[in-house]
Write a protein that binds this ligand. Structure first.
Ligand code: NOJ
Length: 551
């Protein structure tokens, strides 16, 4: 395989540094904590580590609000710690990807401090400033320039009394959107990225990168349509590619809310020289009431999920996709779509199997590999995430009762996946010797990495085997995808094939037995994973191989 496509056979592991491992007892995970766990990650076999942001930040959105792109926040460590981390990761044959958050900065970033200082400041135009709606007193109710709502509740416009104008923020009011129309902004971002590459990082995960090109003029309506995949987005990404990425063998993944298959193909077709792959969202929205915010959960229909994934599996011509069920913005998949009670282990394995053997680059979120579950939240005081806190305030304001709000937070709150990594069964799960910034899941006594590594039947070793299959078998990387039994409400089954080699992947993604008649060709196929039978027990999954995969 060409060096440039190395990321097609790679598996990425996402670290949420705040919750991974705390080396100094302050209750917050840090870079030295990550260094202490690299051998564990090497045992798992992942190729790339992606760090959620560790840059200097007021931590309004846990680091997705950056006040200095070229320094490390003291809660995580120092520049010399990150240099050491990069070296230690490389020494183990792995690569390191940094989060790149350049749709917005923190309101404490010096660029924004200058921008807000006066209407004539040279950096005024680095952000989006607008005057009050015609006929309204600036700062008064209803005077916002447009009716747009921010992703994290409230208006997307914040009034700034210093200059009497409003600035745009798609996320919290402490995350003003950068103006990518201004070439000086783009130059500053590219220079910063180049310096990180010089420090040795191997790629970038780009936060909401398809929101950077805005459609003007700004008018009332849905903010989303004015932002996602805007008119200059491809131009900006091609420019970034030329100025920063080209020819360096990096891995790039763009987080892209509101992207469809056709657009994703444009972003990732190598001939267009933009990005390697994208994070897509359609499959993450199938269990929300259509047209409603994410806080209105409904059960997932497997038939819909399969149809959606099959469309993405077969929809690319030259482009490439990423594969994920979990990250720091989603609840834990084993609680969301599996069974986090009696069948925790089997259901975690079944969902992992169907994900990892599809076409695309799989992403594992810390703790997923040991089947970590959602947290049993019982009171609003337990939440830390700004999105959840804003939602509680907004929902109460709308008169929604507390128990409905609590149910939505338990089902969808991002803190579910942000509780500390469960290393062992000891107090605070071995995450910290101090008081953790957010509570540790009480089930760490039974769900933890130490026990999982020691048990050859654990979720951990299942992930290790799946990762190894991708490394060993071209069919996993390049094979065609054919969905079987699309209308079956419990079974997820598909075939990957490349030349004379075929892989059959079968999972019962339900808590009741069902039957699967494999295509006759597979009668004598070699079992690679799981137990094969015609009648599948709840959450049973297996993988069989036809042909010589090593060829
Ligand atoms: C997407 C990130 O994954 C999320 O955690 C963050 O809150 C928003 N972008 C804003 O940066």
């Amino acid at each position: 395989m060409s060096v440039d496509g190395w990321w097609k056979s790679a598996v990425v592991y996402q670290i949420y540094p705040r919750s991974f491992a705390d080396s100094n007892g302050d209750g917050v995970g840090d870079l030295r904590g990550i260094i202490s766990k690299l051998d564990y990650l090497q045992t798992l076999g992942v190729d790339v580590l992606w760090l959620s942001p560790v840059y200097k930040s007021p931590q309004d959105d846990n680091g997705y609000d950056i006040s200095d792109y070229e320094d490390i926040d003291p809660v995580f460590g120092t520049m010399s710690d990150i240099e050491q981390l990069i070296a230690e990761v490389h020494a183990r044959g792995m690569k390191l990807v940094m989060d790149l958050v350049v749709n917005h900065t923190s309101d404490e970033h010096p660029w924004f401090l200058e921008s807000r200082s006066s209407r004539t400041n040279p950096k005024r135009d680095w952000y989006w400033w607008r005057s009050a709606r015609d006929g309204y007193e600036p700062g008064s109710s209803g005077a916002e320039p447009t009716n747009w709502r921010a992703y994290f509740s409230g208006s997307a416009w914040e009034f700034d009394a210093t200059t009497g104008e409003y600035f745009l923020h798609q996320f919290t009011r402490r995350q003003p959107d950068l103006n990518w129309e201004n070439p000086d902004v783009r130059r500053a971002v590219y220079d910063m990225m180049n310096r990180w590459i010089e420090r040795g990082v191997d790629g970038f995960r780009m936060d909401v990168i398809n929101l950077i090109s805005k459609t003007e003029p700004f008018v009332d309506g849905h903010m989303y349509f004015a932002m996602a995949n805007g008119p200059r987005i491809h131009e900006f990404l091609r420019e970034m590619n030329r100025e920063v990425l080209a020819g360096k063998g990096l891995i790039t993944v763009g987080e892209m809310p509101g992207v469809n298959v056709e657009q994703a193909e444009l972003y990732t077709d190598p001939a267009r020289e933009e990005l390697n792959m994208v994070f897509t969202f359609e499959h993450m929205h199938l269990d929300a009431v259509p047209g409603e915010p994410k806080w209105s959960p409904r059960p997932l229909l497997l038939v819909e999920l399969k149809a959606n994934l099959a469309k993405w599996q077969t929809g690319f011509v030259n482009g490439w996709n990423s594969l994920y069920w979990n990250n720091h913005d989603q609840p834990r998949s084993v609680s969301r779509w599996g069974d986090d009670g009696a069948f925790r282990v089997d259901s975690a394995k079944a969902w992992a199997t169907v994900l990892h053997l599809m076409r695309g680059t799989p992403y594992i979120y810390q703790g997923e590999e040991i089947g970590m579950t959602d947290f049993p939240f019982t009171s609003f005081e337990q939440f830390r995430d700004v999105e959840s806190l804003n939602w509680i305030a907004e929902a109460r304001g709308k008169g929604i009762d507390d128990s409905t709000i609590m149910n939505s937070l338990r089902a969808r709150g991002r803190d579910n996946s942000r509780t500390p990594m469960q290393w062992d069964g000891s107090r605070h799960a071995g995450f910290t010797t101090g008081e953790p910034w957010i509570a540790v899941n009480p089930n760490h006594v039974t769900v933890n990495a130490t026990d999982a590594v020691a048990d050859s039947n654990s979720v951990f070793h299942h992930y290790r085997r799946l990762i190894a299959l991708r490394h060993e078998m071209e069919v996993v990387v390049h094979g065609d995808f054919t969905l079987l039994v699309p209308d079956h409400p419990q079974l997820f089954a598909y075939v990957r094939s490349l030349g004379s080699v075929s892989l059959l992947v079968v999972a019962n993604l339900s808590g009741s037995e069902c039957r699967f008649d494999a295509p006759p060709d597979f009668a004598d196929a070699e079992v690679l994973l799981g137990n094969r039978s015609e009648s599948l027990a709840p959450w049973q999954s297996y993988v069989v191989l036809l042909g010589d995969a090593a060829a």
